[in-house]
Write a protein that binds this ligand. Structure first.
Ligand SMILES: Cc1cc2nc3c(=O)[nH]c(=O)nc-3n(C[C@H](O)[C@H](O)[C@H](O)COP(=O)(O)O)c2cc1C
Length: 368
């Protein structure tokens, strides 16, 4: 009762920014836990107006009321997919989930880089395992496109088998599945991006998908730390398959954009604003290699302008996470308004018309 009375207060900008400032004072992982708890209790902001028609789009045969998603890693255990949809995300990607629960790396394992609005994490796929996430998602009407991001247990003897198990488990409840082979925090995982290993993995995953009662779109999430030769090899492996799309990108091991900053030497993957240029260039380079195959662009989006740039570089839809730490949850609304304004200002009909307008410039590094 008290909580439901408090809820409207969170829509008052002053209170919301105070909340954000308070969260920024806390240890980052405690702040994240507090945010998940608040969302679970119904204290999150709620979208009041329907999405503008310009935002409606299609991805891998799915209809999205808007193309802005919550990236994987925020809701690792599928606890708040519904509140995130109510906030106005057009898609929510939960996970990464692994077959068995695992506690992840020792704390502290999540660090803010306040000088550049960056985040470094070495969480290590801490999650409650398939069964817990599945129980929460079964029969749930999320209200947005639901992605389930699947991974492998750190101590697994057969990484490929873990993905196959995930596909069997979540095909029934997910609108799409993400094969995440790009987390830098599970030793050996990124080796699955190498061509022969990737071919074996995709073969096993696509076979598993074909055995499931429903054909769920499957996307592959890549690291930004791949060079063009590696991207060529990945494109060659993907080309003959019916993989539905790609997500570019996960966090980076590079520290070039944050050298000398507090926390920059922490081990883990860097995300947020300092990842924007690198991940957007990789997105464009992937776009050049995969034709019209759908791509979700993620990495460093922190404003309406950077959201527009992701589309122009080649994305069909976008996701974000780290910028919400610094910009607060209302950033989502600002980004959606900015996308509509950009579509209208250019005399276009839909966000889909923005896709790929500057791919070649981004790929060549002319914006970095
Ligand atoms: C704390 C944290 C945990 C993450 N966990 C996952 C994960 O479990 N699986 C995954 O595919 N990506 C994970 N990511 C990566 C994000 O999904 C995203 O690809 C990356 O952060 C770049 O987007 P951003 O700059 O908007 O945060 C995580 C990111 C952060 C910051």
């Amino acid at each position: 009762m008290i909580l439901s009375r408090l809820s409207p207060l969170l829509n008052v900008p002053l209170v919301r920014s105070l909340t954000r400032d308070a969260l920024l004072q806390m240890d980052p992982e405690i702040a994240h836990g507090a945010t998940i708890s608040a969302l679970r209790m119904g204290l999150g902001p709620e979208q009041t107006e329907p999405d503008a028609p310009e935002l409606r789009t299609h991805l891998c045969g799915l209809e999205l009321s808007n193309p802005v998603g919550m990236a994987a890693g925020f809701d690792k255990n599928a606890e708040v997919a519904k509140p995130l949809a109510r906030m106005g995300f057009g898609m929510v990607e939960v996970g990464t989930v692994t077959p068995r629960p695992q506690s992840g790396n020792d704390k502290p394992r999540l660090f803010r880089l306040p000088g550049s609005d960056g985040v470094i994490n070495r969480m290590g796929f801490n999650n409650e395992g398939h069964a817990a996430a599945f129980a929460r998602l079964k029969g749930a009407h999320v209200g947005a496109i639901l992605g389930v991001n699947i991974g492998a247990n750190k101590d697994s003897e057969d990484f490929v088998a873990d993905y196959v198990t995930g596909i069997g488990r979540f095909s029934e409840v997910a609108d799409y599945l993400t094969i995440n082979i790009s987390s830098p925090n599970t030793p050996g995982l990124r080796n699955l991006q190498a061509d022969e290993a990737l071919a074996r993995l995709l073969d096993a995953c696509l076979k598993a998908r074909s055995k499931a009662p429903v054909r769920v779109p499957m996307l592959l999430k890549l690291a930004p730390d791949l060079d063009e030769t590696q991207l060529d090899a990945i494109a060659r492996v993907i080309e003959p398959t019916d993989l539905d799309g790609l997500i570019v990108s996960n966090t980076t091991l590079s520290r070039d954009a944050v050298a000398g900053e507090d926390n920059a030497t922490q081990t883990g993957g860097l995300s947020g604003k300092p990842l924007f240029a690198l991940s957007t260039q990789r997105l464009a380079q992937v776009r050049q290699r995969v034709g019209t195959r759908p791509i979700i662009g993620v990495g460093g989006i922190h404003s309406p302008e950077t959201a527009v740039m992701k589309f122009e570089a080649g994305a069909d839809a976008i996701q974000l996470y780290s910028a919400l730490v610094f910009g607060g949850l209302e950033l989502l609304e600002r980004i959606k308004r900015g996308l509509v304004a950009s579509v209208r200002a250019q005399g276009l009909n839909s966000v889909a018309d923005l896709t790929g307008r500057t791919t070649d410039d981004w790929a060549a590094g002319r914006f970095n």
